[in-house]
Design a protein. Sequence first.
Length: 296
Amino acid sequence: MSATDALGRLRTLIARHADEGVTRTALPGVSVTASTTTTEPIGSMAEPALAVVAQGAKNTVLGDRVFAYRAGQYLVVSLELPVTGTITQASADEPFLAFVLRLDPAAVATLLLETAASATPGPARGMAVSDAGPDLLDAVVRLLGLLEQPGDVPALAPVYQREILWRLLSGEQGATVRQIGLADSQLSHLGRAICWLRGHYHQTIRIEALAEMSAMSVSSFHRHFRAVTEMTPIQFQKQIRLQEARARLIAQPGNVAGVGFAVGYDSPSQFSREYRRMFGVSPGRDAAARIRLLSR
């Protein structure tokens, strides 16, 4: 199947099985996304995953870097990262359509052990975009096509997911995907610090402790953390704090100062200033606008 034919088939399958927004499918670790409109920036914690765009375009922002990807391209995420996503090309006639597969570190590790796979040269990154080749698209189409043959899912879904992992390992972003499955990789070491930051975003950071968790010197930790996440640890924590605050404000729109204190800010003015810098509007106005949107 050519890349053009595979992309067309993928569009058809996603449109058939996706509701507006994100739809979890009956396939383990697989979801599909459809949107008939462009969207405002939406913050979230991305997990290790493969996202293939079948139609439309999207921007994902990590730190100060924008990853733009469109139909026929894929985004690979190698560890949990605070990102902001915006669908930039979508309409009622040609909605944004995407396939997402969660990447399981254990599955990557098993494939590496069984095949002695060597990744393509290149640095491991937290996030990267590449063109999707016909072999990868064909495997994705066959996996998603199992939604129309549910009896085949137990036998064939693991086979097709394994093939997708193999195509990624053999492709342009192989070095990054390989790191997901290696227990002693730089990404896995940094993942320990990131896990701590996610669970303790309201606490003061001690860089020495984070470096020790990552089995690195302080200077090495700073260098590798920035290379993978596009941010310093302080900036990373700030992203998590502000995303958590934005979620809390939906439930507590009249308690801006209290939400700021709850996520770790000592000063309401600093919280409001940094919130406005990230989201372009004050916390109170943003919460009111989001509540109105959710009430429609």
